[in-house]
Design a protein around this ligand. Structure first.
Ligand SMILES: *[C@@H]1O[C@H](CO)[C@@H](O)[C@H](O)[C@H]1NC(C)=O
Ligand SMILES: *[C@@H]1O[C@H](CO)[C@@H](O)[C@H](O)[C@H]1NC(C)=O
Length: 373
């Protein structure tokens, strides 16, 4: 909950973009792209046409899609970014937040971190130092208030899903394409587990968040999961190891055979009534019914599988595409999700604790009586 508070509202439009223009993006990938940490170029001469297959023709959107730690620090630059991030780290999540969590019936936090935390205080440009100290503090407070921590590697080098929450430079999925990027990621897991293994609050290590199925094969992620699992076990026999479902795989159970070979495995799934056109025109009642019926069916299917590991619903939110919903509507919608997701065998995590959008903020929802635990 420290870094990536602004889970994108633009995810869906981005998914669509990925879908319609795969061919164009492949071309774009070869000839126009981020070449270094500071340079994005569009230097293809193209073929003289205006067709979708011409790499000199592409859509560039700045301001909505280009978000996340990379854009933030790169955008502010080497003088201003460290000041802004320092201010953010020291004021955004503070000890009071852990007190709030413990007083309101929550017993764990899922903390997303970026891969560059392992080279703090001097991470590669444009990232700035300070995230490791923030995480150290979070662990101290977690211990003090008896809160469990699920440490979640949310951004892997090269980006595992192209979204801003994995700190993508340019929307591409480059993670996993080389053995180096996998090794580098395993080293981050090794570093983090070694650092916090002795803290009784370290409850679970999530090896990666939301690898995108269209960019990361099951084979690649399996290879990484095996190595990442070994890195955790080098330092901790007790921490659970969380494997994330591939975003868009359509088959959470694809990870079950691998999980059954491991000790204390958990599989993480994310449920949003968002990011798919099936939710576009649903009413309040239809959304709530969807949770009680369709999600229950989906969840039953994975919970009752023969080789089912523990299941974490690592992200959900009481936000939807309904306009002008009343407070009571939100309460019933949140309540439905709490009831259904409460059956997940490893638990659930709300995205997020604090957010500029009130319904995405667990703190606001609790303080204003929308969510009761
Ligand atoms: C939702 O409703 C709008 C307006 O009636 C319509 O244009 C659109 O196609 C609908 N979307 C879906 C996914 O049914
Ligand atoms: C929910 O499940 C029902 C019954 O299988 C199905 O008819 C319906 O289309 C599903 N709802 C949505 C929004 O996909």
């Amino acid at each position: 909950m420290l870094h990536y508070q602004f889970f994108t509202l633009f995810l869906w439009s981005f998914l669509r973009l990925l879908k319609v223009s795969t061919r164009k993006r492949k071309k774009f990938a070869k000839e126009n792209r981020a070449k270094t940490d500071e340079l994005v170029s569009a230097d293809s001469e193209g073929n003289g046409g205006w067709g979708d297959d011409d790499p000199s023709v592409f859509l560039m959107t700045i301001g909505t899609r280009l978000q996340g730690d990379y854009q933030l620090t790169n955008g502010y630059g080497p003088i201003k970014a460290p000041q802004i991030m320092k201010e953010h780290y020291s004021t955004y999540i503070v000890e009071n937040d852990f007190e709030f969590i413990s007083k309101n019936g929550l017993d764990a936090v899922r903390i997303p971190v970026g891969w560059w935390i392992a080279s703090d205080p001097t991470p590669p440009k444009p990232y700035v130092g300070g995230s490791l100290i923030a995480l150290d503090k979070a662990f101290q407070w977690a211990r003090k208030y008896g809160i469990k921590v699920i440490l979640d590697l949310h951004a892997a080098p090269g980006s595992q899903n192209g979204f801003e929450h994995s700190s993508s430079r340019d929307g591409f999925v480059e993670w996993g394409q080389t053995d180096d990027s996998i090794k580098e990621t395993v080293d981050v897991i090794d570093f983090l587990t070694a650092r916090y293994a002795k803290n009784p609050s370290l409850f679970a290590v999530q090896l990666i968040n939301e690898p995108l199925a269209s960019g990361v094969s099951l084979e690649t992620v399996t290879k990484f999961y095996r190595a990442g699992y070994d890195a955790v076990r080098k330092h901790s026999q007790t921490a659970y190891v969380v494997l994330a479902d591939r975003l868009g795989s359509g088959n959470v159970k694809e990870l079950f055979p691998l999980a059954s070979e491991l000790s204390k495995p958990v599989v993480d799934v994310h449920y949003y009534n968002l990011y798919s056109s099936i939710f576009d025109n649903l009413t309040v009642e239809q959304n709530i019914e969807y949770v009680y019926n369709n999600r229950t069916r989906e969840l039953n299917d994975i919970l009752t599988a023969n080789d089912a590991p523990l299941i974490l619903i690592g992200e959900w939110v009481a936000e939807w595409q309904v306009r002008d919903a009343t407070k009571e509507d939100y309460q019933r919608y949140a309540d439905a999700q709490l009831k259904v997701f409460g059956r997940a065998t490893f638990g659930w995590a709300y995205w997020t604790l604090k957010n500029v959008n009130r319904y995405w903020s667990m703190e606001w929802m609790i303080n204003n009586g929308y969510i009761k635990l």
